[in-house]
Design a protein around this ligand. Structure first.
Ligand SMILES: NC(=O)c1ccc[n+]([C@@H]2O[C@H](COP(=O)([O-])OP(=O)(O)OC[C@H]3O[C@@H](n4cnc5c(N)ncnc54)[C@H](O)[C@@H]3O)[C@@H](O)[C@H]2O)c1
Length: 326
């Protein structure tokens, strides 16, 4: 029975769709394309352009395709935008998410894998961050994801929904055919490579006065392909009657922004001019996952999530696709 993948035309979703198909799963994609790309999906993937909050559309898809489970990637995910337009984030990420859950529940679809985020932790009270750490987001994007986590937990207890909420750290990297193309792009790795390509005159570094060895913030990068693999493991875990779970997906290794830039200079062989700007409000000093639970519970073994591999893969994709998916 097919898997409904929402947001499957986006960065992580499109890699997951490829991986699901490689494993012999049938897939149906629902994406409104407001941030995704039709060309990030193969032509032969059943595709519906529409919102996850369109109750009738979701009900039709579930009925027509006899959907077994849903992997829910669809969301708005710009932190800055969420601060300026919180209503848009709560409507899209929470209200529409609830409509999706209701339509699935009515049709008897019980298995659900959710894209959550390390942004639900806010300023972490310990490093590495385990799933037991306090969650207190610093922006509406993080709150919208935490709200959905609470909804899932309540629905699991009351209605028998079986879910895994995967809290990703920083997704990066590319596969041979899929890469990251956001407009605007706010993530560090694609912006570093845009500076290497000369598309940006300078790369903005937000803060060099953090209490870290080189003064720049530290993040945990996880290869998009390893992330996609974890969704397949989560699906199998639910099929084997695994309990509802909240699970971090990170490499467990932190790299500073400066280290990312230096590694990118080596990988690309290009100069990457930088400009130091002031810290962005709410940006934590360090975000590094304790990723043990994913290994123990899901058997996840990220093999591509070291920084040089991530940068090499993303650089190869960017050079092959200078205009992204356009
Ligand atoms: N990229 C990261 O580093 C990262 C980190 C943590 C969590 N996440 C989460 O992972 C998920 C995927 O992230 P991404 O980087 O691939 O984002 P993306 O923007 O590339 O993909 C999201 C997709 O969802 C679609 N979409 C958004 N709202 C929709 C709606 N209401 N109905 C239908 N389609 C809708 C967009 O068109 C887009 O194709 C998101 O939920 C994001 O919050 C991403």
């Amino acid at each position: 029975m097919p898997i409904l993948v929402t947001g499957g035309a986006g960065y992580i979703g499109s890699v997951a769709v490829d991986k699901l198909r490689e494993k012999g799963e049938e897939v149906v994609v629902l994406d409104d394309l407001r941030r995704g790309h039709r060309s990030a999906l193969r032509e032969d993937v059943p595709f519906y352009q529409g919102c996850v909050g369109d109750r009738a559309l979701v009900a039709n898809i579930v009925e027509e395709h006899k959907i077994e489970a849903c992997i829910h990637f669809a969301a708005l995910a710009y932190v800055d935008e969420s601060v300026l337009e919180p209503a848009k984030y709560f409507e899209n990420n929470v209200a529409q998410g609830i409509v999706l859950l209701e339509a699935l529940q009515r049709a008897g679809v019980r298995r659900f894998v959710f894209s959550s985020t390390c942004a639900t932790y806010g300023q972490p009270d310990q490093i590495p961050i385990s799933e037991m750490c306090r969650q207190w987001p610093t922006n509406p994007y993080g709150w919208s994801k935490l709200a959905m986590e609470r909804v899932l937990d309540s629905y699991g207890r009351a209605y028998g929904l079986k879910f895994v909420a995967l809290r990703y750290f920083n997704a990066a990297g590319a596969t041979e055919h899929r890469g990251e193309h956001h407009e605007p792009e706010t993530h560090l790795v694609p912006n570093v490579l845009a500076a290497a390509l000369g598309e940006k005159a300078e790369l903005s570094v937000f803060g060099n006065d953090y209490p870290t060895p080189d003064g720049t913030a530290i993040r945990d990068f996880v290869h998009v392909s390893d992330l996609a693999e974890a969704h397949i493991l989560a699906l199998d875990y639910l099929r084997l009657r695994g309990d509802c779970s909240f699970i971090n997906l990170g490499s467990g290794t932190g790299y500073s922004v400066q280290e990312v830039i230096e590694t990118a200079r080596k990988v690309t062989g290009r100069p990457i001019p930088t400009r130091i700007e002031k810290r962005r409000e709410g940006d934590p000093t360090e975000l590094v996952a304790d990723a043990k639970k994913a290994r123990v519970v899901l058997g996840w073994n990220p093999s591509l999530s070291d920084l040089p591999t991530i940068l090499r893969s993303q650089w190869a994709w960017r050079r092959k696709h200078p205009r992204g998916y356009d």
